[in-house]
Design a protein around this ligand. Structure first.
Ligand code: FE
Length: 188
């Protein structure tokens, strides 16, 4: 087990981290811009790009998609993505009838290996409260993390996995957004 407990957001550790960061900056041991860049990379590049590759593979390979929906953890590990906060994964598929949204109502459980660090709004009380008013809710928790398999947009027939992966956003894999159909002329 990761030791991550499913409790209220830790305010004391957050304050300690902030104090520690301030001290390190003050003593010129770290550059705050570099810290921000690392966090930004995890939040918007490394993590979500991994998930996007999983989605694109599922869109072009029906056998992979079947394995992904049957055992998310194992199928995601096939592409090399596994580890802390992603030990137990369930992938839920969007269809014409069902749109899935993922939330952790109690804190901020999130699949790090596929999506990186959770965005600030994912941890915010208003998001966690409002999402629950929707009937299809996946309550992420310390035991199991979720990844939404978005619908492949029309107009992408014949696209490569790499081209498809470029379309897939972090928010689409949380379920707060859909993958937009490409603008005419974008496909090569
Ligand atoms: Fe949580």
């Amino acid at each position: 087990m990761s030791g991550h407990s499913h409790t209220a957001p830790p305010s004391d550790p957050e304050l300690r981290i902030k104090a520690l960061e301030s001290l390190l900056v003050e003593k010129q041991l770290i550059d705050p811009a570099a810290v921000d860049a690392i966090i930004e990379t995890y939040e918007t590049k490394i993590g979500p790009r991994n998930g996007a590759k999983v989605v694109a593979r599922a869109w072009v390979d029906p056998d992979y998609k079947a394995r992904l929906l049957a055992d998310g953890t194992k199928a995601i590990a096939e592409l090399g993505f596994s580890g802390v906060q992603g030990e137990d994964m369930m992938v839920v598929e969007n269809t014409d009838e069902v749109h899935n949204v993922v939330v952790c109502t109690l804190c901020s459980c999130y699949p790090w290996p596929t999506l990186g660090l959770p965005p600030v709004w994912y941890k915010a009380a208003p998001y966690r409260a409002r999402v629950v008013s929707d009937p299809r809710v996946w309550d992420s928790n310390a035991e199991l993390r979720y990844l939404v398999l978005p619908q492949r947009p029309a107009g992408t027939e014949g696209w490569t996995e790499e081209q498809l992966a470029e379309l897939v956003s972090r928010d689409a894999m949380i379920g707060t957004s859909v993958v937009q159909a490409p603008a005419a002329g974008v496909a090569s």
